[in-house]
Design a protein around this ligand. Sequence first.
Ligand SMILES: Cc1cc2nc3c(=O)[nH]c(=O)nc-3n(C[C@H](O)[C@H](O)[C@H](O)COP(=O)(O)OP(=O)(O)OC[C@H]3O[C@@H](n4cnc5c(N)ncnc54)[C@H](O)[C@@H]3O)c2cc1C
Length: 441
Amino acid sequence: MRVTARYVIIGAGIHGLSTAWHLARELRASGRGDGRDIVIIDKTGVGAGASGIACGVIRNNYFQPAMRELMAHSVSVWESDPAAFSYHPVGYLQISHEAMREDVASIHEQQRAIGYISTFVEGSEASRTYLRGIFADWRARRITSVLHEHRGGYANNLASLKGLRARTEAEGVRILAGVANKDFKRDASGAVTAVVTDRGPIPCEQVVVATGPWVRQQWDMLDLPAMTRVLGPDGEHHDAPTWTYWALQEGTLKVDPGYLVDNRGNMPPVVHVDTDEPLCDEDGVVTKGPWGLYYKPDFSFGGVQGGCVPDRVNRPAGDVAVDPYGPESSHFVVGEEFHRTFSAGLAFCQERFEGKAHLMSREPSGGIGCFTPDSFPVFDTFADNVYFIADSNHGYKMIGVGALVAQELMGQRQALLEPFRYSRYAEGRLHPVSNSPFPWS
Ligand SMILES: Cc1cc2nc3c(=O)[nH]c(=O)nc-3n(C[C@H](O)[C@H](O)[C@H](O)COP(=O)(O)OP(=O)(O)OC[C@H]3O[C@@H](n4cnc5c(N)ncnc54)[C@H](O)[C@@H]3O)c2cc1C
């Protein structure tokens, strides 16, 4: 294979495609080139990674101000063409127990400050009344706040990638499927001069790594550190593994998606519930501690689809890094425990799901996510000319990050990306930590 390109993007998921599309437009608009200067390689093909199996929830609900601002930017990209991106702007509900109320109240305040429209309801009676105004059969206990984001919702994973791919190829970008990055050629200064693939080297000026849960492979190829020095809030440094892996627990209750319409017969907002009320089913206690659940009716998954709190992967990270979605480390990760928690959680929230546990799909579902030391993204340049988009599994919703990265590749640093530089660990510029049981809230 004889290919050269000014820009080589490794990975054809949401970030690789979005970056290529936006970069091509920037090059064309500036007269400094066009999409023909860009090649995307993917060892399998478009959507073969996490983006192709993501639940697809798009929300702003983050306790960290920098994440909220970044998500607001991405939501506006989703809203720019809902049909092309298969985006459903149904909104999003964060329904919480008391320990999270203050955190969520501050999210609402800050959403107001950035003009992101949401409603905040406090108190158990007021929360119940609000939720029953949406679902007459709502019955979750120990809920003391509701944040209703009127923007956001969800998108269909492969359909949105198809839309992005069409836009990318229309700009003249080449997408090479079945081409795997194996190494890098570097000059004396350490900068990459060629992306080495199993089909030969691709000489280039700039590399973008957008390999999702495989990111550690490129990190290791560039001899970047396996451990990261972090200055903690206590003023002490400690070393944390740069990459850790969580198993995302998701699945589908096989009912007609129309089974979960709201009181008016419309598609409802995405529901996310966090509570500390013990979860039980007819066989006894399912889980005691704080637990969480998110769900939505989804025609693409063919039912009510969603997930629970993920599990830290119980294997040496090195094994997973070989190929997180390969045959030796299962692509699909959920088991009976998840099916029980998800179906019991649905019944905890809404009466219509009582006695429906037998309808849980046993088709393979879930997947592996790769997380950074603080579980927030790293967007930064290493080895002079290798830009890493390491989203720490926040990223299907972050369709706009590619637009910002494209601007940075054109030489314009982006304020929205500054809080996500790798140097934040050593300098102790960490993002605030919330009381959510999820590692990504
Ligand atoms: C089950 C699950 C549910 C999720 N739900 C949501 C959600 O609801 N909302 C949300 O915002 N996020 C969600 N996420 C997270 C989100 O899917 C990821 O953060 C995001 O899709 C990562 O996108 P990416 O483009 O970086 O990587 P990916 O989509 O994983 O793409 C990486 C690509 O790189 C290719 N590749 C890997 N190694 C090489 C190599 N050596 N050479 C060439 N190509 C290579 C792969 O084949 C793959 O196509 C979920 C994740 C999982 C696993």
